[in-house]
Design a protein around this ligand. Structure first.
Ligand code: ADP
Length: 376
């Protein structure tokens, strides 16, 4: 790692694609960084070998401001990792603690009177108690460790409840989160970055298109009324008053235009990758700016008409190549592969951003075609 005297060294906890894209942003802003990786085979270790370590003591000693790319650590683990530097984590540990599992998140939203689907924490396999509040079908979630819909199931009858309870560890003493099944019309996402002084940047409101719990595309602008956009902004402002760091939230809109917070993440988010090519400030460059305490950051992020398509593995195997179909002139295409060693079906291997400078193309149609026709 080549060091510049008297400049901060950002410590990135985690080695997946979010760490990689933050590293790209730090590199282009000439900010030093060191990533704590769990494997010498990770994309970070392979692409930034000089800036990656598996030695947590070295990591803690070298870096002087820290951030993370997933919420899979407990606050106790983070405190142990960072020791006397634990106050230099962005998001701060008090804010992060709300997001370490989905039940803590629901408690935060309830304490702030923010709308979520009806929910209940369950520690006991007794369905009678659950049926006092819910009726089939309802949603069961593993409170921690899930991603891309892996910890989410629709439960339609007692036998499915038993199967899910077993799979999610209820009989081994783990809790389950039960949620009302929302009749979703649209899924949206938006987030913000805020520092301890109260300065903030609101990220763009986007629509996400999910199939089987995994996001296929994201569109900007989100096709919603001003009323919905401003209600979401006011939810974010309430959250902002209570949080320091970068946070992204997913929302459901139902048939009656009611808004529900689905979940939040204390980190950059897949739904904001289009900011890399469609905005002057990406979520990663902004996070880098906040980490080095740059002044005069924007309150909002003007963004061009754009779409992001997740490149999900279609086959299994080591060597792979991405082939994209032709798009229309006037739509620029930016692809990013995450350098993962093996491709497996459904795995997030990269993304493609489409930017429509003239805002005259049907990006939904083009994104749908790219999603159907890419090969990897
Ligand atoms: P993950 O943390 O794995 O991304 P989410 O909680 O975001 O899981 O759920 C994944 C998807 O499952 C959502 O995007 C949505 O499509 C669906 N889903 C989750 N919760 C509900 C709910 N309460 N009602 C209806 N659908 C839901």
């Amino acid at each position: 790692m080549a060091r510049t005297a008297n400049r901060p060294i950002v410590g990135i906890i985690g080695d997946g694609q979010l760490a990689l894209m933050l590293a790209d942003a730090l590199k282009s802003s000439k900010i030093d960084f060191l990533c704590l990786s769990s494997s010498s085979e990770s994309p970070m270790a392979l692409l930034y070998p000089g800036e990656t370590t598996q030695n947590s003591l070295y990591f803690q000693a070298q870096a002087n401001v820290f951030t993370l790319e997933n919420e899979f650590h407990t606050v106790a683990e983070l405190s142990e990792l960072l020791g006397e530097k634990k106050d230099r984590l962005f998001p701060d540990t008090a804010s992060y603690a709300h997001f370490a599992d989905k039940i803590s998140q629901h408690k935060l939203y309830a304490s702030l009177n923010l709308p979520t689907p009806e929910w209940m924490e369950v520690r006991d396999p007794n369905l009678t108690l659950i049926m006092e509040k819910f009726s089939f079908p309802f949603i069961v979630k593993a409170p921690a460790g899930g991603y891309d819909g892996k910890g989410v199931r629709v439960v339609r009858n007692p036998s499915e409840f038993n199967i899910v309870s077993d799979a999610f560890g209820l009989y081994e003493g783990k809790s389950l989160l039960i949620e009302q099944m929302v009749k979703i019309k649209k899924e949206l996402a938006q987030g913000f970055i805020r520092n301890a002084d109260g300065n903030y940047t609101l990220l763009p409101l986007v629509e996400t298109v999910q199939v089987n719990g995994i996001c296929q595309f994201v569109h900007y602008p989100a096709p919603v009324t001003n009323k919905i956009a401003s209600e979401i902004e006011s939810i974010l402002k309430t959250l902002m008053n209570n949080l320091v760091g970068i946070f992204n939230f997913e929302f459901f809109i139902d048939d009656e235009d009611c808004i529900f917070i689905n979940e939040g993440a204390p980190r950059p988010h897949n739904s904001q990758h289009l900011t890399i090519d469609a905005s002057a400030h990406s979520q990663f460059t902004l996070l880098a700016d906040y980490l080095i305490q740059k002044k005069d950051l924007p309150h909002s992020v003007p963004t061009k008409t754009s779409a992001m398509i997740n490149i999900l593995g279609k086959s299994s195997g080591p060597g792979y190549e991405l082939t994209l179909p032709k798009t229309e002139p006037g739509v620029s295409v930016h692809s990013k592969l995450y350098g993962k060693q093996t491709c497996t079906p459904g795995r997030k291997m990269g993304h493609v951003n489409l930017v429509d400078e003239s805002a005259t193309h049907n990006l939904t149609e083009i994104a749908t075609r790219v999603f159907k026709e890419y090969h990897i």
